[in-house]
Ligand binder design. Structure first.
Ligand code: HEC
Length: 132
């Protein structure tokens, strides 16, 4: 009996640790949408289409193919010449002051909308490994 109890306790602890570590994708996408609306939409527009010549698009953006580079831009800001879908931009995006969890959520959201798709789930841990 004691052994069974011990077994049950350790299984339960293990499982809850497993589930606590990572936010489910569904919740991340809900939170990511809210973050997008509050922090990104004013420049990148409702459907990520951007503003020609001023704010590059997130919709179908080839820039997003480099996930680490995109995380870096969101964490530390982005400045200077870039090319998005063949069009040049040379402007500044300051860091929006999001924490690692918020960056992971908004990344999961933009990587799954407006023509972008991925199987990858971006985690808070991954964001924390990207250094300046
Ligand atoms: C005040 C306007 C502004 C806000 C707010 C803003 N951005 Fe940007 N963003 C820019 C500009 C301008 C650039 C291009 C910077 C350059 O030319 O180097 C850019 C570039 C990018 C890029 C790389 C190029 C591309 O289009 O794929 C990504 C990804 C991006 N922003 C995502 C976001 C996300 C996600 C948010 C919200 C967390 C956000 N931005 C908030 C203005 C903004």
């Amino acid at each position: 009996m004691k052994l069974i109890t011990l077994f049950l306790i350790s299984t339960f602890t293990g499982l809850s640790l497993f589930f606590y570590q990572q936010k489910p994708l569904k919740q991340s996408l809900i939170d990511g949408k809210e973050i997008y609306t509050d922090f990104c939409m004013q420049c990148h527009m409702t459907n990520g289409e951007g503003v020609p010549g001023a704010f590059p698009p997130l919709a179908n953006s080839d820039y997003l193919e480099d996930v680490d580079k995109t995380i870096h831009a969101l964490k530390f800001g982005l400045k200077g010449p870039i090319t998005v879908n063949g069009k040049p931009y040379d402007s500044v995006m300051v860091s929006q002051g999001l924490d690692d969890e918020e960056i992971a959520d908004v990344m999961n959201y933009i990587l799954r909308n407006w023509g972008n798709s991925t199987d990858e789930i971006i985690t808070e841990e991954r964001i924390s490994t990207i250094q300046k």
